[in-house]
Ligand binder design. Structure first.
Ligand SMILES: Cc1cc2nc3c(=O)[nH]c(=O)nc-3n(C[C@H](O)[C@H](O)[C@H](O)COP(=O)(O)OP(=O)(O)OC[C@H]3O[C@@H](n4cnc5c(N)ncnc54)[C@H](O)[C@@H]3O)c2cc1C
Length: 458
């Protein structure tokens, strides 16, 4: 790929290129071995190598591939980036030095690859869309060992599929090129109520947050954590605006709500500091004393289920949801209901413009429970029972859509849930790029031949 060929983005925006160079050669070598030897090879292996490179700072035979060497040469628009398995935090940090960012999530340790390929929701999403909506090009190592560059004009079918359904399905993406946006100040807020207000807060939030200005991303969370006696209800998020503008909008909400919050924080801060605040002070992430525990990797276990909603939940469903949360006895140390507002730019792309189909939704609700990794079997079962109960209570009111980046192994019709009307086209793309189903896992797309009657595929 000629670096210049990726520089077709509108002049206001600049591309960042994240190219895991060493990991790319590893992936290519392993793929070639797999193909030559006829060994069924799953992308999981490639990802494991990626992760190893990431963990070791790129010492998998090449010191030079250190994550810290990730370069985003924004000013000169050069293809010089070489980040091995870049995390979202790496990308944010590099871009921030140039006063730029991308619309993406808040958790810095999440991989840019998985996040982008499954969609990518985040604080700027209602303003700019999904992370995958910002993707302008990608380089992919295919199942047959070929390396292809794809964008709107080259391999457009693959490029379409990568944006929302690309995680481990069609090949290993070694380069992502994104549109960037200015890293402006954000005003972060966190307003808490006692659990007794949970039902009223949910009812109010669902009529307000999805219709709020695009600049506002206000989630509602209900959390129980080990060191808190009673669950708390929090409206948490950030606004692309000043403290005064944000306070004005929140004041209106509080007046409508009528119940006094037990805690309230609102603070305007530079973009990077806001991202840190959002990652470290999310309800459930910090202890009641305001500190954020640093847990060693693998020390906890999370079960989660989620669904999109196109209409507000009726009062009886909210009441049952809140009752079920209160009655979660024995489910472990942390349970969460996480309502994320949709609408805005998320819904301004049509359902078939990219593979990400969830474009007519109002909000996403995730039910999650976190346990100690050493939890006994009966504790795990209790956790999963609560999860199934909580999800089932609201499911009759859901759209049936599930965010692909929150995979749910218990879904029966996962193809429809993740991809709905785009499912068939995705199976044809799969057939075109991975006919032998080399990249496969539980819930991966099957390769299906396209009917000749349907004409050429783009
Ligand atoms: C703590 C936490 C916070 C999160 N916050 C957010 C958030 O704010 N917003 C949001 O949208 N999501 C969020 N997520 C979900 C996250 O987007 C998904 O878990 C995502 O899959 C993570 O990507 P990864 O590369 O880290 O994971 P992995 O498990 O490595 O990969 C996920 C999938 O992508 C595939 N994959 C990975 N790399 C490549 C590649 N280079 N080429 C092809 N396929 C690849 C893997 O095979 C796998 O199928 C969060 C998850 C966690 C655990």
């Amino acid at each position: 790929m000629s670096p210049a060929s990726y520089l077709t983005a509108p002049p206001r925006v600049a591309p960042i290129i994240v190219a895991p160079v060493v990991a790319f050669w590893i992936a290519l070598a392993v793929l070639l071995l797999a193909v030559v030897g006829g060994i069924a090879y799953a992308v999981v292996r490639g990802i494991a190598l990626w992760r190893q490179v990431k963990r070791t700072g790129g010492t998998l035979g090449a010191e030079s591939a250190r994550v810290a060497d990730a370069t985003a040469d924004i000013q000169e628009h050069l293809d010089r980036a070489s980040a091995s398995g870049a995390s979202l935090g790496d990308v944010y940090e590099r871009l921030d030095g140039h006063g730029l960012t991308i619309a993406a999530g808040a958790c810095p340790s999440v991989g840019i690859a998985g996040l982008t390929l499954g969609g990518g929701l985040g604080i700027l999403g209602r303003r700019y869309g999904l992370t995958s909506d910002q993707l302008v090009g990608a380089r992919v190592v295919l199942a047959d060992g070929r390396v292809v560059d794809c964008d709107e004009y080259r391999e457009p079918g693959l490029f379409w599929a990568l944006r929302g359904a690309g995680g481990g399905q069609f090949g290993i993406v070694t380069t992502f090129v994104f549109r960037t946006v200015p890293a402006q100040d954000l005003t972060c807020f966190k307003v808490g109520w006692p659990y007794a207000q949970a039902a009223a807060a949910i009812a109010l939030w669902q009529d307000w947050a999805p219709d709020a200005p695009d600049e506002l991303a206000a989630s509602l969370l209900v959390n129980s954590t080990g060191d808190l006696d009673e669950p708390v209800v929090t409206i948490f998020g950030a606004m692309l605006g000043t403290k005064t503008e944000t306070a004005d909008i929140l004041d209106h909400l509080l007046v409508r709500f009528g119940a006094d919050p037990v805690s309230a924080t609102i603070e305007q801060m530079p973009h990077r500091a806001a991202k840190t605040f959002l990652a470290e002070h999310a309800p459930g992430a910090e202890r009641s004393d305001g500190t954020t525990p640093v847990e060693p990797p693998g020390s906890s276990l999370m079960f989660a289920r989620s669904e999109f909603f196109r209409r507000p939940l009726p009062p009886d469903a909210i009441a049952a949801l809140v009752d079920s949360f209160a009655d979660r006895g024995g489910t472990g140390h942390a349970c969460e209901l996480d309502f994320t507002p949709w609408g805005g730019a998320y819904n301004r792309t049509s359902t078939d413009e990219t593979a990400f189909v969830h474009r007519n939704e109002r909000f996403l609700l995730k039910h999650a429970v976190v346990l100690d990794a050493a939890a006994a079997t009966h504790e795990r079962e209790a956790a999963r029972d609560w999860l199934a109960r909580s999800w089932s209570i609201v499911h009759p009111h859901g759209s049936g859509g599930v965010y692909p980046s929150f995979p749910d192994p218990d879904l029966t019709d996962w193809g429809r849930a993740y991809h709905d009307g785009n499912y068939e086209r995705l199976t044809h793309v799969k057939r075109q790029y991975d006919p032998d189903n080399l990249f496969r896992f539980h819930q991966s797309l099957p390769p299906v031949a396209r009917s000749p009657d349907l004409g050429p595929q783009h």
